[in-house]
Design a protein around this ligand. Sequence first.
Ligand code: B1M
Length: 216
Amino acid sequence: MQAFLDGCAKSVIEGDADAAEKLAREALDRTYEALDVIQKGCEKGIKSVGRLWEEGTLFLPELVMGAEAMKRAMAVLHPALAKGGARPKSLGHVVIGTIEGDIHDIGKTLVATMLSANGFEITDLGADVPVGKFVDEAEARGAGCIAVSALLTTTMSGQKRVVEELKKRSLKGKVRVMVGGAPCSDEWAREIGADGYAGDAVAAVSLAQSLLAARG
Ligand code: B1M
């Protein structure tokens, strides 16, 4: 299994989208857990790509190719995640997106898929989402939680503006805010008045459960 996961990571590091997709299909044929293949294979690969890019070993086109390979594998693995955990009754409605100015959507989409697989109704607004749109959609759909992803230190301040917008519309407390993404932390969530931070997709499911249960 480890050699297989290493192969998945390597296909992402090498930006080989065909190989990444082929391995993802093979993983499902072998009935490997989709979440394991994502977290211990592909995600490890894309994190190495980021590190190598930061060190100057890889250049932007290679970063893009790594992301493309990751997305091709995820397109195969996501439906398996959703199938595995589908629940008949919704545990609550979560509006999710990546904050404005930020186009990183791989982690956000993984979180959305895991929430959906675990029984939450999801409205996925995509990436580069304006602050007001999060709140408009939550209001319109009666959502109990807004989940805001940010991958850049320059865009994470948008998460704070979502909390401020809720305050402005007297919705703070009625609609909970969850933040996540590489530069975020518990401390950041506290500082901006968000209701919680999740470090990965599994933690996001537990956090959504407790935030929506607390809301009643
Ligand atoms: Co960019 N990028 N990128 N990038 N990129 C990072 C984030 C960076 C850390 C790379 C680096 O320097 N090592 C760096 C940010 C530095 C900083 O701000 N401190 C960076 C940069 C600088 C940039 C550009 C500015 C580069 C440039 O153009 N010069 C540019 C910005 C574009 C923009 O957004 N305006 C850019 C562009 C890109 C690509 C387009 C090439 C591509 C994105 C493709 C896409 O998403 N469609 C890309 C990629 C792939 C990365 C790295 C390598 C990988 C991100 C990823 O998909 N990880 C990343 C390096 C890294 O993160 N180590 C990097 C896999 C994913 C599963 O993990 O997204 O962390 P992650 O999500 C996790 C958790 O964080 C958490 O759960 C997920 C699953 O476990 N999570 C949440 C995420 N959101 C959550 C929300 C929640 C809860 C949990 O609730 C709300």
